[in-house]
Design a protein around this ligand. Structure first.
Ligand code: GUN
Length: 303
């Protein structure tokens, strides 16, 4: 099993050391501002864990909570304030935004030098050209994990299931730049199992609980599960998890979190990221790495 927490601990130790060095020169600590629009409970949990980790690292952080009815213009004004604020190094607008908000316009408004999520078209373009500045945290974390676990990418066949701007597309780019042969699959790909069974490295980010069964996986392949699916149907959970289900937790919460990959794939795969505990912690670790990088670049420029 590939546990993201182990890599997160290593990343955070490196971030803590670099931050100490920065503070020793009399520099202000890195500062991350998070914008949360609305009251989606999952987003609230993600944002809290991001800002808590910032605080643990000695970073400055703030969460700007906006009413779910906030207009696009109001959110844009908040982003522009943060762009202008010299104290702010990184800006993260938590997704998804409420339906009435123009998500693209809001992400486009973030200063590319403060875009620690890597969602601005400037950063997307730089990544496509193979000269990345800020890369979305989840795929960046996956590359970091493969690198630190010494899993070869060059010359391998990587299959990415999902084509989102947050995970699928940047993941494919990063693997391509590391000399993998990359296939991107999506909801209209015929014979998905046949294609994915060719993968040495299989990454799934679609949000379909248990989509990937043993038939999808070549023996020995590395399987990275980015799916985070809350499932409350007990029968579905029994079918997906069998004896591995934590029914005590289920009774407390009324749901369990499962990935896109069935856990019994572990018997076929060479390595598998569990859900939860696999990719999730990497995303937060990389966000802090990116916030530190933004702060260093900005301090360097100011000096
Ligand atoms: N929602 C789910 N994942 C992410 C992420 O990586 N960044 C932001 N801003 N929102 C998200």
């Amino acid at each position: 099993m590939l546990y993201g927490k182990v890599i997160q601990d290593v990343l955070l130790a490196e971030v803590a050391e670099a931050t100490e060095t920065m503070l020793a020169t009399g520099s202000a600590p890195p500062h991350l501002s998070v914008v949360l629009v609305g009251d989606d409970p999952a987003s609230q949990i993600y944002v809290r864990s991001k800002t808590r980790k910032c605080e643990a690292m000695g970073f400055g952080s703030e969460t700007i909570i906006m009413d779910s009815e906030s207009s696009t213009d109001k959110v844009l004004a908040t982003v522009q304030d943060l762009n202008r604020n010299p104290r702010v190094d990184g800006i993260l607008v938590q997704l998804p935004l409420p339906d009435h908000c123009d998500q693209q316009a809001i992400l486009d408004a973030i200063d590319p030098d403060k875009d620690v999520d890597g969602f601005h078209p400037c950063n997307t373009g730089l990544l496509a050209q193979g000269r990345p500045q800020f890369v979305p945290a989840t795929p960046a974390g996956i590359i970091e994990m493969l690198h630190r676990e010494k899993i070869e990418i060059s010359g391998k066949h990587a299959v990415v299931i999902g084509r989102s701007d947050i995970v699928g597309k940047p993941m494919a780019m990063l693997l391509l730049h590391r000399h993998a042969t990359v296939t991107i699959c999506h909801s209209r790909t015929p014979d998905l199992a046949v294609v994915s069974r060719n993968a040495d490295i299989l990454v799934t980010a679609v949000g379909r609980p248990g989509l990937v069964t043993r038939e999808y996986v070549k023996p020995g392949a590395t399987v990275i599960d980015v799916g985070i699916n809350r499932v409350s149907d007990r029968e579905q959970l029994e079918n997906l998890l069998g004896d591995a289900a934590d029914w005590k937790l289920y009774d407390e919460r009324g749901y369990l979190v499962v990935g896109d990959v069935r856990p019994d794939v572990a018997a076929v795969a060479g390595a598998l990221t569990p859900v939860p505990g696999g990719v999730g912690p990497l995303t937060i670790g990389m966000l802090l790495v990116h916030t530190l990088r933004a702060a260093r670049r900005r301090r360097g420029r100011a000096m």
